[in-house]
Design a binder for this molecule. Structure first.
Ligand SMILES: O=C(O)c1ccc[n+]([C@@H]2O[C@H](COP(=O)([O-])O)[C@@H](O)[C@H]2O)c1
Ligand SMILES: Cc1cc2nc[nH]c2cc1C
Length: 345
């Protein structure tokens, strides 16, 4: 784990400077491409060139089950998690449909699903366990399990990058996982559960009050603190959240941009950024999730969402949807003519 964290370096300052100067020479009024310009400059800093290009997007969907489902915190049964993994593998899920439109590949990690899954070329099937323990009553994971899941995600991301991935979208699937995501967010940002707990897949008012109580009980065990992010991940976490943290850290370590999807991805990003303060410079927030705690995560991370389409699905759907925006931001720097080149002015 420490080796992974040590690999994360600051953005390339020279490339940032060159990209800033280049933006101002391109055939457009200064700043007229708005946020596309600042996105492009950051991509230049990540990739170490003033002419960045983003090829081969890969979504890595991490799946895991949650002991806390026995508290009735989700509108859906836990059995949906493995069934949705099969749906990803059959290319029938929303992330597959959206990935198809942007030319992204979808890979799946079984980080800890409570079912035996079949071998499949798109599935990394080396789960850490069959799911977490009930975080209301006890720590969801041991420190060792949490670390193992982080390293699993990091290794899958490393292999994807080695095979040519130019941008990563960590996604997730795990019935019940807005509960650990809210618990992690409350602990990391020192907020009350009610400030960060939403309806997830669509629970009732009564269900929401119960979910807030479950999270308050989990935090009330006082088994972790925000100075120890891996401890928080183990105490409150989820195996897919930990695996996503690993994907994010590996992206930053290998200087590959990472698109942060919704609320659950945001909780993994809080852990990643706490483990390595440099990591968030490699992150882009896709959309603003309907989950109420999401915007607080993004403010803390210093990220602004690119879209607000009232989405709350997860799977990496919003992240994949934003890939063309980031590719366009890079293409502006790489492919536009300067005023001198075009003989204008
Ligand atoms: O990405 C989001 O912001 C998001 C918000 C709400 C729900 N989800 C998805 O819904 C599932 C978790 O919802 P729940 O109600 O079971 O905790 C999980 O599979 C997530 O992918 C995702
Ligand atoms: C059907 C379904 C698909 C999902 N994808 C991500 N979370 C999900 C939750 C449900 C219930």
């Amino acid at each position: 784990m420490q080796t992974l964290l040590d690999q994360i370096q600051p953005l390339n300052a020279q490339a940032l400077q060159n990209a800033l100067e280049r933006q101002n020479q391109l055939t457009k009024p200064p700043k007229s491409l708005g946020k596309l310009e600042t996105l492009g400059i950051r991509l230049a800093g990540i990739l170490g060139t003033e002419k960045p290009e983003i090829k081969n997007p890969v979504a890595i969907v991490c799946a895991g089950d949650h002991g806390v489902c026995e508290e009735g915190v989700s509108a859906f049964p836990a059995s949906v998690t493995p069934l949705m993994v099969l749906n990803f593998l059959a290319s029938g899920a929303a992330v597959n449909a959206i990935a198809r439109t942007v030319g992204a590949k979808v890979q799946v990690i079984n980080a800890g699903v409570n079912a035996d899954l079949p071998d499949h070329p798109a599935l990394v099937n080396t789960p850490v366990s069959k799911g977490t323990r009930n975080l209301r009553l006890e720590s969801a994971l041991t420190r060792k399990e949490a670390e193992q899941a982080v390293l699993l995600g990091a290794e899958v991301a490393r292999q994807a990058i080695q095979a040519g991935a130019g941008i990563l979208v960590p996604g997730e699937m795990g019935i019940g996982n807005t509960t650990p995501a809210a618990a992690i967010t409350a602990r990391m940002l020192d907020l009350d559960p009610a400030q960060v707990t939403g309806r997830g897949t669509g629970i009732s008012d009564e269900g929401l009050a119960h979910k807030i109580q479950v999270i308050a009980d989990a935090l009330g065990r006082k088994a972790s603190d925000n100075q120890d992010p891996l401890g928080v991940l183990a105490d409150l976490g989820g195996l897919e959240i930990a695996a996503m943290t690993g994907v994010m850290l590996a992206g930053a370590a290998h200087r590959v941009p990472v698109v942060i999807d919704g609320f659950i991805a945001g909780s993994a990003a809080l852990i990643a950024a706490a483990l390595s303060p440099l990591a968030a410079q490699y992150f882009f927030a896709s959309h603003q999730s309907v989950e109420i705690g999401h915007i607080r995560q993004l403010i803390h991370l210093g990220l602004e969402p690119l879209l607000n389409l009232d989405m709350r699905l997860g799977e990496g759907t919003g992240g994949v949807l934003c890939v063309p925006i980031l590719q366009a931001a890079a293409s502006v720097l790489k492919n536009m003519a300067t005023f001198a080149e075009a003989g204008i002015g």
